[in-house]
Design a protein around this ligand. Structure first.
Ligand SMILES: Cc1ncc(COP(=O)(O)O)c(C=O)c1O
Length: 376
């Protein structure tokens, strides 16, 4: 069996010819594909504005430059990729790590407790972990009651929804960010995007993405003014062409992910030491399929189990090592927060392979290997 990773891209001939077309054209970057991709993302998510950028981390960086001030405190989750809270630090603001709830997402009730006692908290950075969109009703309530900024990190949740509210629509947030890294729902190689419903934020984002400069053809065709200290975070037309082609297949990708999730759930339903992180949720975009193993009941540690699966050519993954326990964060004084649910979760949680081109035979092999190793 070839190596089966926990996630990977699904590229077909149409994707390849879309990219080839751009390579043969006049504009490899700053051409028409950029706006076409952004428009398609607006249409899909329902947000009014979209700015594509070079990766999801750049999206978080620009968003944080706009939403946060120095010394603001920001509630966020330890259960994410580092980039989410790093972006808070980029803005010289201070992340506060809040414990997670049963589904792996930030606990919004605990967020309210923090908000009640600390008026310096200016924002929540919520991640829709694994694709499960956080409770939008509660998000709206917190935003309105405490007059805070909300950023939704939708790197895992493109195509997901909470009731009728789509991830990335910014219905109850100021800004959402997306990532198009190859393991995500659609890919552009590296790539990301920011969505918002605010024209003011949109204009600032456009400026910051391109060195803070604004063309001024009224003065001369070549003239531009630098108004702010910005960056080069542009996404190329090559990448955007791939993104446009991929986005057309997103719904079928999601369908396949959900089918695979149901097959896993079916295979494990009689085993009391393997439990999906949350009951099947049709609104989850299932970027990850996380299962909790009761290693206390099993004769193997989490590490040895993952290593044994690697010997069988299956790449399981940990999502995530708690951010606040990373060396860099510990050096900043983090790591001792009371996050009992995150600690318990981390001991048990493992992501199984899940991507649209994962065949049923390969998935059955993964299931067989899990059962074999655990029965030993
Ligand atoms: C939740 C989350 N946020 C942000 C990012 C950063 O995205 P990128 O890798 O495109 O910079 C990732 C990437 O893995 C992620 O998983």
């Amino acid at each position: 069996m070839n190596f089966i990773p926990y996630g990977k891209q699904s590229i077909d001939k149409k994707d390849i010819s879309s990219v080839m077309e751009v390579l043969k054209s006049d504009f490899l970057t700053t051409g028409s594909k950029v706006q076409e991709f952004e428009k398609a993302l607006c249409k899909y998510t329902g947000a009014k504005y979209c700015v594509s950028v070079s990766n999801g981390t750049a999206a978080l960086h620009l968003a944080s430059r706009i939403l946060l001030q120095e010394n603001d405190e920001v509630l966020t989750t330890p259960n994410s990729f580092l980039a989410t809270s790093n972006a808070i630090l980029y803005a010289k603001a201070k992340p506060i790590f809040v414990d997670i709830s049963k589904d792996g997402n930030i606990d919004l009730d605990l967020c309210e407790k923090e908000l009640k006692k600390n008026s310096n908290i200016k924002a929540i950075y919520a991640v829709h972990f694994s694709g499960k969109v956080v409770n939008q009703k509660k998000l709206k309530y917190l935003k309105e009651k405490y007059n805070i900024k909300i950023l939704e990190d939708c790197a895992h949740s493109l195509g997901g929804s909470f009731k009728n509210i789509k991830a990335g629509s910014c219905k109850n947030s100021d800004i959402s960010i997306l990532s198009f890294h190859p393991v995500k729902h659609i890919t552009t190689g590296e790539g990301g995007a920011i969505t918002t419903n605010s024209k003011k934020l949109y204009k600032k984002l456009l400026l910051l993405r391109n060195h803070g400069i604004k063309a001024n053809p009224k003065i001369a065709p070549w003239h531009y003014d630098m108004l702010e200290l910005g960056f080069n975070y542009r996404l190329t037309d090559i990448s955007c062409a791939l993104g446009i082609s991929q986005l057309k297949k997103l719904d079928s990708f999601l369908e396949k992910r959900r089918t695979l999730v149901k097959r896993y759930e079916n295979a494990f339903k009689k085993l009391d030491f393997i439990k999906p992180l949350y009951p099947y949720d049709k609104g989850s975009a299932y970027h990850l399929f996380v299962v909790k193993f009761d290693f206390k009941k099993l004769n193997i540690t989490k590490k040895d189990f993952v290593l044994k699966m690697r010997e069988k050519n299956i790449g399981l993954q940990y999502h995530y090592i708690p951010i606040n326990k990373q060396v860099f964060y510990k050096n900043l004084g983090y790591g001792e927060e009371k996050t009992p649910k995150m600690d318990k979760y981390y001991k048990k949680a493992i992501s199984l392979p899940l991507y649209p081109t994962l065949g049923f035979q390969e998935q059955d092999y993964v299931i067989r290997c899990i059962k074999e190793i655990l029965n030993e």
